[in-house]
Design a protein around this ligand. Sequence first.
Ligand code: SF4
Ligand code: SF4
Length: 292
Amino acid sequence: MIISVSGGKGGTGKSTVMVNIAILLAQKYSLVLADLDVEDPNDHILLGVKLENREPINIMLPFVDYKKCIKCRACGNVCDTGAMLLSPEGIPYVIPRLCSGCRACYYVCPTKAIEEGKRTIGYTYLTNVDMDGISFKLVSGELIEGEEHTPPAVIAAKERALNIDAEIHLIDTSAGTSNTVATAFDNSKIVLAVTEPTPLGLHDLELILKLTSLMKIKTFIVINRAGIGPEDDHVKLSRQYGSEIIARIPYSRDVVESYIKGKPIVLYKKDSKISQIFYDIVNYLEEVVNDD
Ligand code: SF4
Ligand code: SF4
């Protein structure tokens, strides 16, 4: 079963929610946590572990065999990223950084002058997490700094995670509501939308709810930093989309301390009010799954 957690813009606290529910679920189920926030993976930092077992994420990079090229310009005309530049005479030049590896140029070339090379755009990692006798696997995707092609990195990390047998796969999506988030949501049974009571939080929550309603995925809302602003519009939105608000997490010094210690709050302060909220979220999710 796949459960995804998304948070719209960065900084809503989705990774905090994710690692804490991962710890609680891993006490009962075999679990893989996939950190698909490939531009800024940070679940390992919140868990206080070092990333291990690195594998490259490669995409196709075209090479032109100039002996076969007839300067027909088809490759440059089909390329929509500007990676295949054409000189005034029609000679193609590849700019690797801009290439998404889509292969369109390879397919349109009438003389097979384009050969397939490869380029590393990032890495996936497989890390064994073992904290206080609770263990699970963490798969993280990471783009090399300056790389822009997030979808292949998200797909590679998700595939590596799903290839590991487990009862639950938890997916931590990237920030925003782009197509990489939709890729991360794919096949999810439940999405947890983490938001905060601010106008920006409301705006991004609406985008997430629109996306999950299009994808027909059951979605529940968690309001983080509850109390810092009005929630009336969040409540209205939740009713409009039929997505229940299942938890409100107030700002807490304990959570900040748990970041500093590199230990999720449910382990750092098991009996705190905040930890109880995470227990309630997990109990709720279990009930939803069992009722289905
Ligand atoms: S693989 Fe795609 S993005 Fe790269 S140069 Fe060819 S058409 Fe352009
Ligand atoms: S499509 Fe092939 S033949 Fe035409 S310009 Fe590009 S590399 Fe040369």
